[in-house]
Ligand binder design. Structure first.
Ligand SMILES: *Cc1c(COP(=O)(O)O)cnc(C)c1O
Length: 418
C-alpha cells in the first residue's frame, strides 16, 4: 500500500480518490443509484437506539433523516470533494448560494472585493440588506479589523491570477479571513489552502459538474467544527443541492482528473496561438491581421512587481477559461455566431467549448471582449474553427453596412438590459 503522504504530488489529482473516496458509503451496486427520496425511515429503536441528538452529519449513513439535512448521494459527492481538496467540503444549490452561505457564516462588517464574477457583487448587495453597516472596500485598500477578503483567482472573465499568499497575509494581519473563489482553477490546477486561504469556494456548476447540466456550489473549510456550523446553517437556509444534481455531480467527479488537465493544456496552447496574432499587422497562421488586440491568460501574465509567480500557484496547469480582446466590437458580436464547434453561450467548464461576448451578461465589460471556455475537443479542430470564423467575420463585417451592424449590436444590448 502506498502511504497517503506521497499520493498527492505537486499538481496531481488522484483518480483513485475520485473513483474510490466514497467507497465506504457505496451499496452493492457498482454505479451509484439515483436516490430522489426526501425522507428516510427512522431506524427501529429496538435494534438501533441512536437518537437524533447523537446523530453525526459527517457520518450520515448511519441514519439519513430528511434530504435538507443529508442524503446518500450528496454525502458521497462531499466525501470525494473533501478528499481531493484536503479539507471538509459542503455542497449547495449553486455557486452563489455557497458564496452567500460564506457571508452568513462569517458575518463580516467589512468586505474587500475588487472586480471578478459580477453576480457575486449582487449577492453582497443582498447580504447588505440584512446588515446596513457593512462596508465594501477594494482588495488593495487598507483592511479594517476583521475584514473578509473575497479573492477570486484566476479572475473571471479575463483569467489572470492573483497572489493568494499576499492577500492571506494581509487579511490575517487584521484578524480577518480569506475566501478564495477558485472556480477557474479546480484541482489539480490550484490548491488555495496551501497559500493561506481560510475557505475555498467553487461554482461546482463549472468544472466539477463539467457537462453544463447541473447547478452546484461548494465550500471547503479546514475543520470539522466549521463544517458542522456551515452544515447547520445550510439546513436552515435550505440551499441544498437537488438530489438529481448530486448524482450528476458524483458521476462527473469520477473524470475530473481526465477532463481538467486536458482542458488546461488545450486552453494554454490556444492562448499562446491567439496571442501570437494579437496586434499583428499581417495574418498569423490564418488569423486575419488586426483582428485580435489582446489575449489575457495566467500563462501570459508573468511575475508581478512584488515577485508573485502565477506558475507556482497554478501548480497543476493553467486555467482553461480566458479572454481575448477584439479590435472591433462588431467582430466580437458576430464571431461567436460564426463558429462550428464553439457554442455561443455563457458559463464555462463543460466538455464543449463555449465563447461569449461577455458584455451581454455583464454590461461593465468592454463590448470588444470575448470569453472562451475550452472543452475537451481536439485542439486542431478548435484552431480551425476560430481561424475560419475570424476569416468569415472579417470579410462579412467589412461588406456589411456599418449602420446595420450597429443596430444589430444595439438590439442585443437592449435585450440584456431588460
Ligand atoms: C459561475 C461563477 C460563479 C457563480 O456560480 P453559479 O453556480 O452560477 O451560482 C461564481 N464565481 C465564479 C468565478 C463563476 O465563474
Amino acid at each position: 500500500m502506498i502511504p497517503k503522504a506521497v499520493k498527492l504530488q505537486v499538481g496531481e489529482l488522484s483518480g483513485t480518490d475520485l473513483v474510490h473516496a466514497d467507497d465506504s458509503r457505496a451499496g452493492p451496486e457498482v454505479a451509484p443509484s439515483i436516490s430522489v427520496s426526501t425522507t428516510f425511515k427512522y431506524p427501529d429503536p429496538s435494534t438501533n437506539p441512536a437518537s437524533f441528538s447523537e446523530w453525526d452529519p459527517l457520518k450520515p449513513e448511519t441514519k439519513h433523516i430528511y434530504s435538507r439535512y443529508t442524503q446518500n448521494v450528496s454525502s458521497r459527492a462531499e466525501q470525494v470533494l473533501s478528499q481531493i481538496n484536503k479539507g471538509y467540503a459542503l455542497t449547495y444549490s449553486s455557486g452563489l448560494a455557497s458564496g452567500y452561505a460564506a457571508l452568513i457564516s462569517c458575518q463580516p462588517k467589512c468586505i474587500a472585493i475588487t472586480d471578478g464574477y459580477h453576480g457575486y457583487h449582487n449577492t453582497i448587495a443582498l447580504y447588505r440588506k440584512t446588515r446596513q453597516d457593512v462596508e465594501i472596500i477594494g482588495i488593495d485598500d487598507d483592511f479594517k479589523q476583521g475584514t473578509l477578503c473575497w479573492l477570486e483567482t484566476p479572475l473571471n472573465p479575463i483569467g489572470e491570477s492573483r497572489d493568494i499568499q499576499y492577500y492571506a497575509d494581509k487579511v490575517h494581519a487584521v484578524g480577518g479571513r480569506l475566501v478564495v473563489d477558485s472556480t477557474f482553477a479546480p484541482p489539480p490546477l490550484q490548491y488555495p489552502f496551501k497559500w493561506g486561504a481560510d475557505i475555498i469556494m467553487h461554482s461546482g456548476t463549472k468544472y466539477f459538474g463539467g457537462h453544463s447540466d447541473l447547478l452546484c456550489g461548494v465550500l471547503i473549510v479546514k475543520t470539522r467544527e466549521e463544517w458542522l456550523s456551515l452544515w447547520s446553517d445550510r439546513a436552515y437556509l435550505g440551499n441544498v443541492m437537488g438530489n438529481l444534481e448530486s448524482w450528476l455531480l458524483l458521476r462527473s467527479l469520477r473524470t475530473l482528473h481526465l477532463r481538467v488537465p486536458r482542458q488546461s493544456e488545450t486552453a494554454t496552447a490556444l492562448a499562446k496561438w491567439l496571442s501570437a496574432a494579437a496586434g499583428a499587422d499581417k495574418a498569423v497562421d490564418g488569423i486575419p491581421a488586426g483582428m485580435i488586440s489582446k489575449v489575457w491568460h495566467s500563462s501570459l501574465q508573468g511575475k508581478d512587481r512584488r515577485g508573485f509567480d502565477p506558475a507556482k500557484q497554478m501548480e497543476g496547469g493553467w486555467n482553461a477559461t480566458f479572454s481575448i480582446q477584439m479590435a472591433n466590437a462588431d467582430h466580437a458580436t458576430f464571431l461567436p455566431h460564426s463558429l462550428k464547434y464553439f457554442v455561443p453561450a455563457t458559463s464555462l467548464g463543460g466538455v464543449e467549448s463555449l465563447i461569449e461576448q461577455r458584455f451581454q451578461v455583464d454590461p461593465s465589460v468592454d463590448p470588444k471582449m470575448l470569453r472562451i471556455s475550452v472543452g475537451v475537443e481536439n485542439i486542431e479542430d478548435l484552431k480551425d474553427d476560430l481561424r475560419k470564423g475570424m476569416q468569415e467575420v472579417a470579410s462579412k463585417v467589412s461588406l456589411c453596412p456599418k449602420i446595420l451592424l450597429r443596430s444589430l449590436a444595439d438590439s442585443l444590448q437592449v435585450r440584456t438590459k431588460l
